[in-house]
Design a protein around this ligand. Structure first.
Ligand code: SAM
Length: 277
């Protein structure tokens, strides 16, 4: 759809307006969301939205972000440009179906490849913990695409947790346990260690690392997400190494993967860490 958007608007906008049509947007099920919709196009919002709905059968609602992901739940604020005012949709990726409200729950379709990358690393019979599990996308991707033994997900946003429970049924999975609450309160009470722990909270995951380190098996892997400039990876790796040292654990940074862009110079990264002892 990326190339075609400007084509379908050709006869509705001036060349100057056309040049301002954002090339960055997300499609989540029947919903399209523009991240940075320019003020200069505010009078053309409806025209643009109507053309999208007219030309793309799948799209029922066109929204723009009026606030980026923020707060503890990492949720955006959206304004309807045109179409149905319905923020609940069903989205499909990596053999999973996910029902969610795009304003009440954090979700990014841009991370689909990254979720596949993680899932591809999961070995038969592993026991996996997903801290910050949201609407269940990581647990479900792993459950549906690997021979994992069991997966636990912990999520503080009650609406995200509610959708995650619904998504277990939607995907008919039997090996996922979801817990609603703060990882800091829940995890210390879990009397179990995991082969792999996923920490998809780029803004602050490192604050939960000592907890993760105390719950990982010997030679287990932690996937910690963070935001970083490309030439400043040593800042996060230093934090990781210090935290492991304090817990008297040896760690090895296996990989640092760029998996998204936060701002022109800042990237979302995943640090894959092996905890040796
Ligand atoms: N894993 C989901 C995904 O990839 O779509 C959600 C990722 S989102 C960036 C981070 C999630 O962590 C949010 O759903 C937020 O509500 C949750 N969260 C934040 N702090 C938390 C905490 N202390 N305990 C449990 N969940 C938390």
């Amino acid at each position: 759809m990326k190339n075609k958007l400007k084509d379908i608007l050709k006869n509705k906008l001036t060349n100057k307006e056309l040049a301002m049509v954002p090339s960055s947007y997300d499609i989540v099920g029947g919903i399209i969301i523009f991240s940075d919709f320019p003020k200069e196009l505010s009078k053309k919002e409806k025209t643009i939205g109507n053309e999208i709905i007219k030309n793309y059968n799948q799209i029922k609602s066109v929204y723009k972000k009026t606030r980026k992901y923020s707060g503890e739940y990492r949720t955006p604020k959206l304004k309807l440009l045109t179409g149905e005012n319905n923020k609940e949709t069903i989205y499909t990726e990596n053999n999973t179906r996910l029902k969610l409200n795009v304003e009440k729950v954090y979700f990014s379709p841009r991370l689909s490849e990254e979720r596949k990358r993680i899932s591809n690393q999961v070995k038969n019979n592993e026991s996996v913990l997903v801290m910050f599990s949201g609407c269940g996308v990581y647990p479900l991707t792993i459950s549906k695409n690997t021979k994992v033994k069991n997966i636990m997900g912990i999520e503080i946003n009650p609406t995200a947790h509610k959708y995650a429970l619904e998504n277990l049924k939607l995907n008919k999975t039997k090996n996922i346990e979801l817990i609603k609450g703060d990882v800091k309160n829940i995890l210390p009470k879990i009397n179990k260690k995991f082969d792999r722990i996923i920490m998809p909270l780029p803004k602050g995951a490192e604050n939960f690392l000592d907890l993760a380190v105390s719950k990982i098996k010997k030679n287990g892997i932690i996937h910690l997400y963070s935001f970083s400039e490309e030439n400043k990876y040593d800042e996060i790796t230093k934090i990781i190494k210090n935290k492991c040292k304090k817990k008297k654990k040896q760690c090895k940074i296996l990989n640092i993967v760029k998996c998204g862009q936060f701002s022109p110079r800042v990237f979302r990264i995943c640090v894959d860490i092996k905890i040796k002892q």
